[in-house]
Design a protein around this ligand. Sequence first.
Ligand code: NAD
Length: 392
Amino acid sequence: MNEAAQSMRIAVGVPRGSPPEETRVALVPSVVPQLVKSGLDVIVERGAGEPAGFPDADYAQHGAHLGTRRDALGAEIVVRVRGWGFDGHGNLDVSHPDQVIIALADPLGSPIPVRAAAEHKLVTLALDLVPRITRAQGMDALSSQATVTGYKAVVLAADRLPKMFPMLTTAAGTISPAQVFVVGAGVAGLQAIATARRLGAVVQAYDVRPAAQEDIESLGARCILLPLAPGDAEDQSGYAKELGAAFYRRQQELMAQVVAGVDVVITTALIPGAPAPTLITADAVAGMRPGSIIVDCAAERGGNCELTRADETVVTDNRVTILGPTNLPSTLPHDASLMYSKNVVALLGLIVKDGRLALDDEDEIVRGILVTAGGKIVHHRVRRALEEVRDD
Ligand code: NAD
């Protein structure tokens, strides 16, 4: 490529994770050559990959430029992990109109920063809104990060439980296997089932979507069938829908019977754009065995257990421990970043053609993830979410 062409290359900036406790990085060194080959310059803030085990030298070796935070944030496209980078007052440290920002930003659950993004005339793309269609699978960052969540939730539970997971027959007697109950059998839940099974636990699982039964059983877990009529539990995209209060009440009563007989409960039940359903009540926890553990992976959205407190450990009077981690992928930043990077590269492949930005809003994926552009909020579901916040 000649010098003039070089200078016209689009730059992709990779800032250090923010907020500071975010340890993942949006691009890892190994994907840089592919991006450079496709006509992009990659500018990495010095130290951005270090918390995830990717030193600056690796980025340089793979063809990235290392720079200051300002250099990375000044790029035409900025790739982040969580959030578009606004502080609590709607300020961004560096940005310019028409700058493209790609991140997991939860614009349906937390739509407030979207207004600031439109005011800054940013082009924001939410990886959380990637439609669940085959062509978009490579960009599905919710799935890649939920895989890490499901795995780590079980590892945390195994670490806390005063029992071992597998059944052991030894000269010192027979140890019975841990009983694990996984609530919600989407991506995180299925990975939790697989991990608990690998550790030797006896696993039961439940999901409101009838289609989950086959997935649960294919992993060697027993599917709990609650005698409930969930009606139409699933929307067109395969996500669970919010169901009525009477349904949840009945579900809570039935859940209480199951959790009373297990050692570990991993909850992962979510409904897009809505608070997490409360499935395990305080009464149900009171009926659990002393020493049992709940890992509530829905803590960030309010939790599936009534007693969950986000990022805290609650120990009840009957000695049940409830963990409410809100960012488990960040506790395994190396692999979480490797997977996230692949999602980001797949998306960049869709929106950068021949080294130029080509956002085709006729494309189903682009339409699905484009939140703001040209100073406007262009995503109608996000606009509605923002109106609901205003109404509250
Ligand atoms: P999610 O994170 O939104 O929710 C997790 C699980 O909680 C879901 O399985 C949901 O049915 C369940 N849930 C919600 N309310 C519940 C309740 N009251 N009781 C019990 N469970 C409840 O979901 P997800 O993991 O992102 O996956 C959602 C669906 O999309 C699944 O069918 C998954 O297999 C599918 N999926 C498809 C693709 C694709 O085709 N590209 C990719 C990933 C996931």
